[in-house]
Design a protein around this ligand. Sequence first.
Ligand code: NAI
Length: 263
Amino acid sequence: MTDLLFSVKDLVVLVSGGSRGIGRSLAEGFAERGSRVLITGRDEQTLKTTANEISKGTIPVEYIVCNVADPEQIARMVNTAVEKAGRIDCLLNVAGVNVRKRVEQYSIEEFDGILDINLKGAFLVAQAVGRRMIEQKTGGSIMNIDSLNSFRPLKGVQPYAMSKAAISAMTRGMAMEWGEHAIRVNALAPGFILTDLTKKLWADPVMQEWNLANCPLKRLGQPEDLIGTAIFLASDAARFLTGQVIYVDGGITCGVHWPIPLS
Ligand code: NAI
C-alpha cells in the first residue's frame, strides 16, 4: 500500500537542468511515482533522449528547451509549461555550473558565467514559477538545489560557493514572502555526488581516499541518493516545512575529522 502522505502522484513537476546528472535522476524519481514531469535544458536532442529514457511512469516526460542564463527563454519556458500541463505544483531548480580555479585567476566572464546560471538564473526561474503558483492559488513546493559549499566553502570554487550561499539566503527569503500563498520554498544541498560535473575530480585516487576519511557514510553520493528527500519535500509529509536547507551529504558537513586514529 502506498502511503498517501508521501505521494507525488499527479503533481506537475518542472525540472530546470533535467537533461543529466542530479536533475535527470530527480525527474526520473518523480516520473516513476506518477508525477507529470517536464524537464528543461539547453540542448533539444539531449532533452529528447533523456525524456524518452526516463518516461517509465504512466505519463510521458515532456521537455522544453531553455537556457537559464537568458531571462526571455525562462519566461517563455514557464508559459509553455503551463500551456502544456495546466499548472505547476513543484519546481526543482537544478541547473548549475562550476569552474575550479584560484581566486586570483577568475576572469570577469567566468565569474559572470557562473553567477548568471547558478544565481540569477535560479532566481528568475523561481520568480516566474512563484508568480504562476500565486495566480493558481493552489500553493506549491519549490526546491532550490544548493550545495555543501553554502555551509563552508571549499577551496578553489569561490564564485560557485558564493552562488550557493546566496541560494540558501534566497530560499529563506522566498519562503518568508510566499508562505502566505502556501508556497513552500526549501533547498536541497547535496554533498559529493558522482555526476558528469564531478567525475574527473573523483577519478583521482587521492580524492577518493580523502572522501573515505571524511565522509561518515564512507562513500560518494549517487544522484539517486537525493530522490527520497526531494519526494518528501514535494509531498504533503513536508506541509509545515519551509525555508530550510537540507544537507544530503553522507554527513560530511557534520564536523572536521582527526587525521590520526582515536585510540
Ligand atoms: P551536471 O553538469 O551533470 O548537470 C547540470 C545540469 O544543469 C545539466 O542538465 C545541464 O544541462 C544544466 N545546465 C547547466 N547550465 C545550464 C543553463 N545555462 N541552462 C539550462 N540548464 C543548464 O551537474 P550535477 O552534478 O548534476 O549538478 C546539478 C546541480 O547540483 C547543480 O546546481 C550543482 O551545483 C548541484 N550540486 C552538485 C553536486 C555534485 O557533487 N555533483 C554537489 C552539490 C551541488
